[in-house]
Design a protein around this ligand. Sequence first.
Ligand SMILES: [Zn+2]
Length: 44
Amino acid sequence: MVTTTMREEMTWYECETCGLLFDVEEDAREHERNCDEEDPPYIQ
Ligand SMILES: [Zn+2]
């Protein structure tokens, strides 16, 4: 799920699965769709 977070007076969209931050909500949602399908390689 994508959550919003305020940082340096900007709203960021965070992928809850891996913690990546995006400044465009659409990018975050698209990433999340891919992120859910397979585990990020660096989290193992
Ligand atoms: Zn992710």
